[in-house]
Design a protein around this ligand. Structure first.
Ligand code: ADP
Ligand code: MG
Length: 285
C-alpha cells in the first residue's frame, strides 16, 4: 500500500488567512513506522486525515495504491478499512452498550459472517491486552480511561488495517499505559507487518519506534528522515522550538561541554553505556 501526497495544500476557511497544510509532498511505503511530530496547530491531524480521504485537500492530490482518492466516485469505504485511523481521545467515540459491540461496529459494516466478527473482536481485544471473556459483555462506560482507550484502539484493529494511523494515542495515559501501547505498536509493526503512522509529542517514543520521522511546522513538512538524522538537526529543531528526546538532549549538552559522546542515542541504557565508556576513556582506572 503506497500513499503519495502531491503538492497538497489545505485551507479550512478562507477567512483564516493561512494554510493548515502548505504544499506537502510525501510518499509512504509498506512497513514504514512513521513518527509525525510538530507543535500544536502545525497541521499533523489535518495531514493524516488526507491519507484516508476524511479531508480532501483544497489543492493537490492524494494517491493510494495508484488511485487518486481526491476524485469523486472513489470507494472511500475500502480505503478507510485499509487505512485505519485512531483519533485523538478515541474513547470519546465509544457508544455501544457492550465492549463486544463497540469493537464489532467496524467489522459489522464489512458484511462479514458473525463467526468472523466474533474472531476479530476476540483477537483485537487480545492484542490490546483486555481479557475477552471478562470484558466482552461489560459496558465500555464503566472502564478506566486507559481501558476505554484500549477498546477504541481494538475497534480499529478489528478492521485489520494495512496502515494504522494513531493521533496522539499516548496522551493522558500513565507510564504503564504508555509502555503497553509502545509494545503493541512494536508488535503490530514487526510481527504483523502493519505500516504505522504515529503522531506524538513524546520524542523519546518517536525516536525509539520510528524508522522515519516527519517534522511539521506551520503547515509545512520541514524535516523528513531517519530518527538519527532528524534528531541531529539540533539547530533546526531549536529554531522551531521542538524538543529532542530528553536523553539525546543530555548527550548534546555533554558534547557541547567537550565530552566526546555520540548523540545519535535515544534510549537510557544505551546512553548510560556511552557515557560510561567515554568517562572510562578520559579517566582510566
Ligand atoms: P495539529 O494536529 O498539528 O495540532 P491541526 O491539523 O489540528 O494541527 O491544525 C492545523 C491548523 O488548522 C491549525 O491552525 C488549526 O487551528 C486549524 N484547524 C484544524 N481543524 C480545523 C477546523 N475543523 N476548522 C478550522 N480550522 C481548523
Ligand atoms: Mg492534532
Amino acid at each position: 500500500m503506497l500513499i503519495e501526497v502531491k503538492n497538497a495544500s489545505h485551507i479550512y476557511r478562507q477567512e483564516q488567512g493561512y494554510k493548515a497544510l502548505d504544499n506537502i509532498n510525501l510518499t509512504i511505503s509498506d512497513h514504514e513506522f512513521i513518527g509525525l511530530v510538530g507543535h500544536t496547530g502545525s497541521g499533523k491531524s489535518t495531514l493524516v486525515q488526507l491519507f484516508n480521504g476524511l479531508i480532501k485537500p483544497t489543492e493537490g492530490q492524494v494517491i493510494v495504491d495508484g488511485i487518486d482518492i481526491t476524485k469523486d466516485k472513489v470507494n472511500l469505504k475500502e480505503i478507510r478499512q485499509k487505512i485505519g485511523l485512531v483519533f485523538q481521545y478515541p474513547e470519546h467515540q465509544l457508544f455501544e452498550e457492550t465492549i463486544f459491540n463497540d469493537v464489532a461496529f467496524g467489522p459489522r459494516n464489512l458484511a462479514l459472517s458473525e463467526e468472523e466478527i466474533y474472531e476479530r473482536v476476540k483477537e483485537a481485544l487480545d492484542l490490546v491486552g483486555l481479557d475477552f471473556e471478562y470484558f466482552k459483555n461489560r459496558s465500555p462506560f464503566n472502564l478506566s480511561g486507559g481501558q476505554q482507550r484500549k477498546v477504541a484502539i481494538a475497534g480499529v484493529l478489528a478492521m485489520k488495517p494495512e496502515v494504522l494511523i494513531l493521533d496522539e494515542p499516548s496522551a493522558g495515559l500513565d507510564p504503564r499505559g504508555r509502555e503497553q501501547l509502545i509494545e503493541l505498536l512494536d508488535y503490530l509493526h514487526h510481527q504483523q507487518g502493519v505500516t504505522i503512522i504515529l503522531i506524538s509529542h513524546r520524542m523519546e517514543e518517536v525516536a525509539r519506534l520510528s524508522t522515519r520521522v516527519l517534522v511539521m511546522n506551520q503547515g509545512r513538512l520541514v524535516l523528513d528522515g531517519p530518527p538519527e538524522e532528524v534528531f541531529s538537526q539540533v539547530e533546526r529543531l531549536r529554531e522551531i522550538d521542538l524538543d529532542l528526546p530528553e536523553i539525546t538532549e543530555i548527550l548534546w549538552r555533554l558534547k557541547e561541554k567537550g565530552i566526546n559522546v555520540r548523540t545519535n542515542i535515544f534510549t537510557i541504557p544505551e546512553a548510560v553505556n556511552e557515557i560510561a565508556t567515554e568517562l572510562r576513556r578520559l579517566k582510566p582506572c
